[in-house]
Write a protein that binds this ligand. Structure first.
Ligand code: SAM
Ligand code: SF4
Length: 331
C-alpha cells in the first residue's frame, strides 16, 4: 500500500477535519466579538464528501481523525456523521475537540460510538472570567460536560489557551484539578489566529514561562514520556491522578515529529497549521475526481509538507502574516 510520506520521511497518519466554520462562542483569542465571515452553506464540505476524503486518506495510512471546527456540535446531524465515520474500519481512533457547551446530552451516544478522546476547551474555572474570554455565559454547561466526560469511558483532555493577563493566574488552579481528577490538562501557547492578528501583550507566555509558573507552585514535577508525535510535552505532579502538558503551538518546537494534515470546513488541504492552504479538495471532488485521483493528489501534495511551521509561514504568498481565525482552519 502506498503511504503518505513527506520528503523528510515523516509518515502522515493523523487528519484534523473541521466540520464547520460556525461557532456558538466568540473566544477572544479565536475571533472578533462580531464573529467571522462565515461561508455559504453550499461551500462547506458535505458529510459525504468528508467521508470520502477520510476514507481515501485512511487507505493511504491515516488511522486517526480529530473532528473540530468551528464548533462541531453546531453542525446539524454531526452525530449522524460520527455514526457514518465509525463504519470506516481503517480508523483506529475518532476524537473530537469541542467547547462542550452543547454536548451534555450526547455523551452516552459518543461512548456508544467509541469516540476515543474528547478535548474540551476551557480557559477559565471562574464563571465571570470564562464569560469574559468566550463572550458567552456558558461556564456552567461546559463544567457539567467536563464532569460527565470525566465519568465516561472516553479520555478527557482539557485545552486551556494561556492568555497574558487574562487567565495566567489560573494556571495553578488547572494543575490542581489533576490531583483528584484523572484528566490531562494542556496549556496552549496563544497564536495570532484570531481574525485580526497578533495581540499586544505585556508579557510573553511561552512554553518556558508556563512551565516556570507551574514549577513555582508545585515542587515535585515529573516529566512523562509521550508518543513521538505528541503535540504536548507532558508532566505530572508526583502523587496526582492526572497529568498536565504544554503545547508549544507558537514557538513550534514539535514540528520534527509532525504526523498531521488538516482539511478545513471548505475542503482546503493544509500540510501545516501555518500554511495558507495548498489545494481545494472540495472543488476537485465537485469537478468529478474519482478516489484514485484523490489518492494520487494526496500522495503528491504531502511531499511538499514544509519542514516546520516557520517555513510554512514564510512561504505564504497572500496573507503574509497569520491572522485568520482558528475557527476557519480547524484547531
Ligand atoms: N470550538 C471547538 C473548541 O473550542 O474546542 C473546536 C475548534 S477550536 C478552533 C480548537 C482549539 O483551538 C481549541 O482548543 C481552542 O482553544 C484552540 N484555539 C483557538 N484559537 C487559538 C489561538 N489563537 N491560539 C491557540 N489556540 C487556539
Ligand atoms: Fe468557537 Fe472554539 Fe473558536 Fe472558541 S475556540 S470561538 S469555541 S471555535
Amino acid at each position: 500500500m502506498n503511504k503518505l510520506t513527506d520528503k523528510f520521511g515523516r509518515q502522515i497518519s493523523y487528519l484534523r477535519l473541521a466540520v464547520t466554520d460556525r461557532c456558538n462562542l466568540r473566544c477572544q483569542y479565536c475571533m472578533p466579538a462580531h464573529g467571522i465571515d462565515i461561508v455559504d452553506r453550499k461551500d462547506l464540505l458535505t458529510f459525504k464528501e468528508m467521508y470520502r476524503i477520510t476514507r481515501t486518506l485512511s487507505e493511504l495510512g491515516v488511522n486517526k481523525v480529530r473532528l473540530t471546527g468551528g464548533e462541531p456540535f453546531v453542525r446539524k446531524d454531526f452525530i449522524r456523521f460520527l455514526e457514518m465515520l465509525s463504519f470506516n474500519d481503517l480508523l483506529d481512533e475518532i476524537n473530537i475537540t469541542t467547547n462542550g457547551a452543547l454536548i451534555a446530552n450526547h455523551i452516552e451516544k459518543l461512548e456508544e460510538l467509541k469516540i476515543g478522546s474528547v478535548n474540551l476547551s476551557i480557559d477559565s474555572l471562574n464563571r465571570e472570567n470564562f464569560a469574559k474570554i468566550t463572550r458567552r455565559d456558558v461556564f456552567q454547561e461546559v463544567y457539567k460536560t467536563l464532569e460527565l466526560l470525566e465519568k465516561s469511558s472516553m479520555n478527557l483532555k482539557l485545552n486551556m489557551v494561556v492568555q497574558s493577563g487574562i487567565n495566567t493566574h489560573e494556571i495553578s488552579d488547572f494543575v490542581q484539578l489533576t490531583e483528584e481528577k484523572n484528566i490531562a490538562v494542556r496549556f496552549i501557547e496563544e497564536m495570532p489566529f484570531n481574525g485580526v492578528g497578533q495581540r499586544a501583550t505585556k508579557e510573553v507566555w511561552n512554553y518556558t514561562a508556563i512551565l516556570k509558573e507551574v514549577a513555582s507552585k508545585f515542587k515535585n514535577i515529573e516529566p512523562i514520556v509521550s508518543e513521538k508525535s505528541s503535540t504536548s510535552k507532558n508532566f505530572k505532579v508526583g502523587g496526582y491522578k492526572g497529568t498536565f502538558g504544554i503545547i508549544p503551538a507558537f514557538t513550534r518546537t514539535i514540528c520534527g515529529d509532525c504526523n498531521r494534515i488538516r482539511i478545513t470546513a471548505t475542503g482546503m488541504f493544509k500540510n501545516c497549521l501555518f500554511d495558507e492552504g495548498v489545494f481545494n479538495v472540495r472543488d476537485f471532488i465537485r469537478k468529478g475526481a474519482g478516489n484514485e485521483d484523490l489518492k494520487d493528489l494526496f500522495l503528491k501534495i504531502v511531499k511538499d509538507k514544509p519542514e516546520n511551521g516557520f517555513v510554512a509561514e514564510s512561504n505564504r504568498r497572500q496573507n503574509k502574516k497569520v491572522s485568520e481565525s482558528m475557527s476557519t482552519i480547524g484547531g
